[in-house]
Design a protein around this ligand. Sequence first.
Ligand code: GRF
Length: 217
Amino acid sequence: MARLKVGVLISGRGTNLQSLLDACAEPAFPAEIVLVISNQPGAAGLGRAERAGCATRTINHREYPDRPAFDAALDQALNEAGVDFVCLAGFMRVLSAGMVERWRDRMINIHPSLLPSFKGLHAQDQALAAGVRLAGCTVHFVRPATDSGPIIAQAAVPVSGDDDAGSLAARVLEAEHRIYPLALGLIAEGRVSVVDEKVVIAGMETAAGTLINPAEA
Ligand code: GRF
Protein backbone atom coordinates (compact mmCIF):
# COMPACT_ATOMS: atom_id res chain seq x y z
CA MET A 1 0.00 0.00 0.00
CA ALA A 2 1.26 3.53 -0.76
CA ARG A 3 2.59 5.35 2.27
CA LEU A 4 0.89 8.54 3.41
CA LYS A 5 2.94 11.55 2.28
CA VAL A 6 3.47 13.77 5.30
CA GLY A 7 4.71 17.35 5.64
CA VAL A 8 5.97 18.49 9.06
CA LEU A 9 5.97 22.13 10.16
CA ILE A 10 8.47 23.12 12.84
CA SER A 11 9.95 26.21 14.46
CA GLY A 12 12.69 24.86 16.72
CA ARG A 13 14.67 21.94 18.08
CA GLY A 14 12.46 19.28 16.46
CA THR A 15 12.49 16.40 18.93
CA ASN A 16 8.92 15.48 17.98
CA LEU A 17 9.94 15.68 14.32
CA GLN A 18 12.76 13.26 15.21
CA SER A 19 10.28 10.78 16.69
CA LEU A 20 8.30 10.93 13.44
CA LEU A 21 11.46 10.60 11.29
CA ASP A 22 12.50 7.57 13.35
CA ALA A 23 9.09 5.95 12.95
CA CYS A 24 9.06 6.62 9.20
CA ALA A 25 12.52 5.03 8.89
CA GLU A 26 10.86 1.68 9.62
CA PRO A 27 9.90 0.11 6.29
CA ALA A 28 6.62 -1.19 7.72
CA PHE A 29 5.50 2.26 8.95
CA PRO A 30 2.60 3.44 6.76
CA ALA A 31 3.75 7.08 6.38
CA GLU A 32 6.76 8.91 4.96
CA ILE A 33 7.91 12.48 5.52
CA VAL A 34 8.36 14.18 2.15
CA LEU A 35 8.95 17.75 3.37
CA VAL A 36 9.90 19.57 6.56
CA ILE A 37 9.20 23.31 6.67
CA SER A 38 10.54 25.70 9.29
CA ASN A 39 9.43 29.31 9.67
CA GLN A 40 12.65 29.94 11.62
CA PRO A 41 15.87 30.02 9.60
CA GLY A 42 18.47 27.73 11.12
CA ALA A 43 16.04 25.79 13.35
CA ALA A 44 17.79 22.72 14.79
CA GLY A 45 15.01 20.51 13.47
CA LEU A 46 16.07 21.30 9.89
CA GLY A 47 19.37 19.53 10.58
CA ARG A 48 17.49 16.50 11.89
CA ALA A 49 15.50 16.35 8.65
CA GLU A 50 18.61 16.72 6.48
CA ARG A 51 20.41 13.96 8.38
CA ALA A 52 17.41 11.71 7.70
CA GLY A 53 17.64 12.54 3.98
CA CYS A 54 14.41 14.50 4.01
CA ALA A 55 13.68 17.60 1.88
CA THR A 56 13.52 20.88 3.80
CA ARG A 57 12.29 24.40 3.16
CA THR A 58 12.59 27.56 5.23
CA ILE A 59 9.59 29.85 4.85
CA ASN A 60 10.31 32.84 7.04
CA HIS A 61 7.08 34.51 8.17
CA ARG A 62 8.95 37.83 8.50
CA GLU A 63 9.27 37.96 4.71
CA TYR A 64 5.49 38.02 4.15
CA PRO A 65 3.22 41.04 4.56
CA ASP A 66 0.53 39.24 6.56
CA ARG A 67 -0.62 35.87 7.88
CA PRO A 68 -2.68 34.85 4.81
CA ALA A 69 0.32 35.52 2.53
CA PHE A 70 2.60 33.43 4.75
CA ASP A 71 0.02 30.64 4.94
CA ALA A 72 -0.39 30.70 1.15
CA ALA A 73 3.36 30.13 0.79
CA LEU A 74 3.17 27.19 3.20
CA ASP A 75 0.19 25.77 1.33
CA GLN A 76 1.96 26.07 -2.01
CA ALA A 77 5.13 24.37 -0.73
CA LEU A 78 3.10 21.51 0.76
CA ASN A 79 1.15 21.02 -2.46
CA GLU A 80 4.26 21.18 -4.64
CA ALA A 81 5.82 18.41 -2.54
CA GLY A 82 2.72 16.23 -2.94
CA VAL A 83 1.90 16.33 0.77
CA ASP A 84 -1.35 14.58 1.77
CA PHE A 85 -1.17 15.18 5.50
CA VAL A 86 0.43 17.78 7.80
CA CYS A 87 1.93 17.35 11.28
CA LEU A 88 2.60 20.46 13.36
CA ALA A 89 5.56 19.71 15.62
CA GLY A 90 6.51 22.69 17.73
CA PHE A 91 5.33 25.09 15.02
CA MET A 92 4.99 28.41 16.81
CA ARG A 93 2.84 30.36 14.33
CA VAL A 94 -0.95 30.51 14.53
CA LEU A 95 -2.40 29.48 11.17
CA SER A 96 -5.25 31.44 9.57
CA ALA A 97 -8.72 29.90 9.67
CA GLY A 98 -8.60 29.55 5.88
CA MET A 99 -5.42 27.48 6.00
CA VAL A 100 -6.82 25.30 8.79
CA GLU A 101 -10.01 24.71 6.80
CA ARG A 102 -8.05 23.81 3.65
CA TRP A 103 -6.34 21.06 5.65
CA ARG A 104 -9.36 20.09 7.74
CA ASP A 105 -8.95 16.54 9.12
CA ARG A 106 -5.61 16.40 7.29
CA MET A 107 -3.60 18.37 9.86
CA ILE A 108 -2.66 17.33 13.42
CA ASN A 109 -0.80 18.95 16.30
CA ILE A 110 0.86 17.83 19.51
CA HIS A 111 0.38 19.88 22.66
CA PRO A 112 2.13 19.27 25.99
CA SER A 113 -0.95 19.04 28.22
CA LEU A 114 -3.99 16.88 28.71
CA LEU A 115 -6.33 19.01 26.60
CA PRO A 116 -8.70 20.74 27.07
CA SER A 117 -6.66 21.81 30.14
CA PHE A 118 -3.78 24.26 29.77
CA LYS A 119 -4.03 25.48 26.19
CA GLY A 120 -1.53 27.95 24.82
CA LEU A 121 1.99 28.73 25.93
CA HIS A 122 3.72 27.53 29.10
CA ALA A 123 1.50 24.49 29.61
CA GLN A 124 3.75 23.09 32.36
CA ASP A 125 3.73 26.33 34.32
CA GLN A 126 -0.05 26.27 34.04
CA ALA A 127 -0.16 22.64 35.25
CA LEU A 128 2.10 23.38 38.23
CA ALA A 129 0.10 26.49 39.11
CA ALA A 130 -3.10 24.42 39.07
CA GLY A 131 -1.49 21.76 41.31
CA VAL A 132 -2.55 18.80 39.17
CA ARG A 133 -1.10 15.37 40.11
CA LEU A 134 -1.24 14.07 36.53
CA ALA A 135 0.03 15.97 33.52
CA GLY A 136 0.43 14.78 29.94
CA CYS A 137 0.19 15.45 26.26
CA THR A 138 -2.35 15.30 23.44
CA VAL A 139 -2.36 14.71 19.68
CA HIS A 140 -5.38 16.33 18.06
CA PHE A 141 -6.77 17.42 14.71
CA VAL A 142 -6.28 21.14 14.15
CA ARG A 143 -9.22 23.55 14.26
CA PRO A 144 -9.12 27.34 13.98
CA ALA A 145 -9.19 27.87 17.78
CA THR A 146 -5.69 27.30 19.18
CA ASP A 147 -5.06 23.90 20.79
CA SER A 148 -8.57 22.65 20.14
CA GLY A 149 -9.91 19.94 17.88
CA PRO A 150 -10.84 16.25 17.97
CA ILE A 151 -8.46 14.28 20.21
CA ILE A 152 -6.66 11.27 18.74
CA ALA A 153 -4.26 10.18 21.50
CA GLN A 154 -3.25 11.25 24.98
CA ALA A 155 -0.62 10.16 27.50
CA ALA A 156 -0.59 10.92 31.23
CA VAL A 157 2.48 11.22 33.47
CA PRO A 158 2.71 11.88 37.23
CA VAL A 159 3.66 15.28 38.60
CA SER A 160 6.18 14.99 41.43
CA GLY A 161 6.34 17.23 44.50
CA ASP A 162 9.65 18.75 43.48
CA ASP A 163 8.96 19.24 39.78
CA ASP A 164 9.63 22.53 38.10
CA ALA A 165 8.44 23.38 34.60
CA GLY A 166 11.64 21.96 33.07
CA SER A 167 11.57 18.59 34.80
CA LEU A 168 7.86 18.18 34.11
CA ALA A 169 8.31 19.20 30.47
CA ALA A 170 11.06 16.57 30.06
CA ARG A 171 8.79 13.83 31.44
CA VAL A 172 5.91 14.92 29.21
CA LEU A 173 8.22 15.16 26.18
CA GLU A 174 9.17 11.47 26.49
CA ALA A 175 5.47 10.65 26.29
CA GLU A 176 5.05 13.02 23.32
CA HIS A 177 7.66 11.05 21.42
CA ARG A 178 5.57 7.90 21.91
CA ILE A 179 2.09 9.18 21.08
CA TYR A 180 2.92 11.29 18.02
CA PRO A 181 4.15 8.33 15.94
CA LEU A 182 1.35 6.20 17.39
CA ALA A 183 -1.30 8.68 16.25
CA LEU A 184 0.25 9.21 12.82
CA GLY A 185 0.53 5.46 12.29
CA LEU A 186 -3.15 4.92 13.10
CA ILE A 187 -4.12 7.71 10.69
CA ALA A 188 -1.87 6.39 7.93
CA GLU A 189 -3.43 2.95 8.35
CA GLY A 190 -6.78 4.60 7.58
CA ARG A 191 -8.20 3.71 11.00
CA VAL A 192 -9.00 7.22 12.25
CA SER A 193 -12.15 9.13 11.42
CA VAL A 194 -13.87 12.20 12.83
CA VAL A 195 -17.54 11.73 13.67
CA ASP A 196 -19.46 14.63 15.23
CA GLU A 197 -16.13 16.28 16.06
CA LYS A 198 -14.89 13.27 18.00
CA VAL A 199 -12.29 10.78 16.85
CA VAL A 200 -13.25 7.16 16.22
CA ILE A 201 -10.40 4.64 15.87
CA ALA A 202 -11.25 1.37 14.13
CA GLY A 203 -10.09 -1.63 16.17
CA MET A 204 -8.76 0.62 18.92
CA GLU A 205 -6.89 -1.15 21.69
CA THR A 206 -7.75 0.71 24.88
CA ALA A 207 -4.92 1.00 27.41
CA ALA A 208 -5.32 -1.04 30.59
CA GLY A 209 -4.70 0.10 34.14
CA THR A 210 -4.97 3.23 36.26
CA LEU A 211 -2.23 5.77 36.88
CA ILE A 212 -2.62 6.93 40.50
CA ASN A 213 -0.52 9.72 41.98
CA PRO A 214 0.52 9.74 44.82
CA ALA A 215 1.22 6.00 44.70
CA GLU A 216 -0.97 3.85 46.91
CA ALA A 217 0.71 2.47 50.03
C1 GRF B 1 6.62 20.24 22.30
O1 GRF B 1 6.50 20.26 23.69
C2 GRF B 1 5.27 20.24 21.65
O2 GRF B 1 4.29 19.57 22.40
C3 GRF B 1 4.94 21.71 21.58
O3 GRF B 1 6.16 22.33 21.29
C4 GRF B 1 7.24 21.52 21.75
C5 GRF B 1 8.11 21.25 20.57
O4 GRF B 1 9.27 20.56 20.92
N1 GRF B 1 3.89 21.94 20.60
P1 GRF B 1 10.16 19.93 19.77
O5 GRF B 1 10.58 21.05 18.84
O6 GRF B 1 9.37 18.87 19.07
O7 GRF B 1 11.36 19.35 20.49
